[in-house]
Write a protein that binds this ligand. Structure first.
Ligand code: NAP
Length: 310
């Protein structure tokens, strides 16, 4: 079903809004950027801009949906406010600071009959669907996830990431879990973890985790924010049919007899899904990646490591 463009407001004009959301919205003819909201930002071009969602809802142009690109700790109230106004809501990852608040939003959206989309952008990387198809029906022997990046390059000055609920190294690590929960054929759960927390911070800078799937296969995960030089965003799966390697965050897939690499970007696919969900009056709120991170904080050993400054 098609119709008039969906009038969107982007809430939170930070790094990801500028890098990905605004270009993807501009490139999608089913979407119309009707307003922006950000407390300390001047807005973009001629689009009406507001310092708060409350100001937009009180005095702004009519909108159909909001895209929430603010840190997870301040998501819930704004998302609930938008849902209460009958607006469709797209949540950047992670969908919230706790699993229970996302469940509350999901229930609210269902009761209101509007779309809530917990967008996991890494699932829209070009290697992910072919990886899922290739793994289907295979016996897994071992899974290794290595996600090591330089926080100074990718999250400059983002103080919220080091606060409770900001997830620390799980902010990128949850992207790996969003892929793994999508492509691996069996559910998996945490069995052990060590979270390394800088002495001057409240969130981990590194983590080593071990999961096991319901078929008994071990899944290891190595997360580190202190990587310099080449960055690693790799998932390797040894199977009875050979080894699969999904690298560059899902952009490149190596199979025993093929390489799948496209130059597709993730956010156009995310927005196409959001449009479809709205047109079909559906919700998509998968909290499995967030649940696994919550379990790491619940079940993992926490160790204090050297202080870290940006
Ligand atoms: P960021 O650069 O720190 O930007 C966050 C923005 O949120 C800021 O511009 C801030 O606006 C705004 N904000 C904070 N509180 C607000 C409120 N109460 N109302 C409205 N706006 C508010 O962070 P980011 O990197 O864009 O990340 C935002 C989210 O996207 C995070 O959940 C992150 O995990 C996710 N994400 C980030 C990336 C990435 O590469 N950075 C990739 C994918 C997903 P002001 O500047 O006006 O104060």
């Amino acid at each position: 079903m098609t119709g008039a463009p969906i009038r969107l407001a982007v809430v939170g004009l930070g790094k990801i809004a500028h890098d990905q959301h605004l270009p993807a919205i501009a490139a999608n003819s089913s979407l119309d950027l009707a307003a922006t909201v950000s407390p300390h930002h001047g807005g973009v071009a001629t689009t009406p801009h507001f310092a708060s969602l409350g100001d937009l809802l009180a005095d702004g142009p009519a909108i159909d949906a909001v895209v929430i690109c603010i840190p997870p700790q301040v998501r819930y109230d704004l998302a609930a406010q938008a849902l209460a106004r009958g607006l469709h809501v797209f949540l950047e990852k992670p969908p919230g600071a706790t699993v229970a608040e996302v469940a509350a939003l999901s229930n609210q959206a269902q009761a209101s009959g509007v779309t809530l989309f917990a967008g996991w952008h890494s699932r829209f990387a070009p290697g992910v669907e072919p990886a899922r198809e290739w793994l289907s029906g295979k016996r897994l022997d071992r899974v290794a996830i290595v996600w090591r990046e330089d926080v100074r390059v990718w999250h400059p000055g983002q103080a919220w990431i080091w606060e409770p609920g900001g997830l620390g190294v799980f902010d990128p690590g949850i992207n790996a879990l969003s892929i793994a929960t999508h492509i691996l054929p069996h559910a998996f759960f945490l069995t052990a973890a060590t979270l390394s927390i800088p002495a001057n911070r409240a969130a981990p800078i590194a983590a080593d985790l071990v999961f096991r799937d319901t078929a008994g296969t071990a899944i290891t995960m190595d997360l580190d924010f202190r990587q310099t030089g080449p960055q690693s965003w790799d998932i390797t799966v040894d199977t009875d049919g050979g080894t699969l390697t999904l690298s560059s965050g899902g952009a490149v897939l190596h199979l025993p007899d093929a390489i799948v690499a496209h130059d597709e970007r993730e956010y156009p696919g995310l927005y196409a899904r959001f449009v479809d969900l709205i047109r079909d009056c559906r919700r998509e709120v998968d909290t499995r990646p967030l649940q696994l991170v919550a379990d790491a904080f619940l079940r993992g050993r926490q160790q204090i490591v050297e202080a870290f400054d940006d």
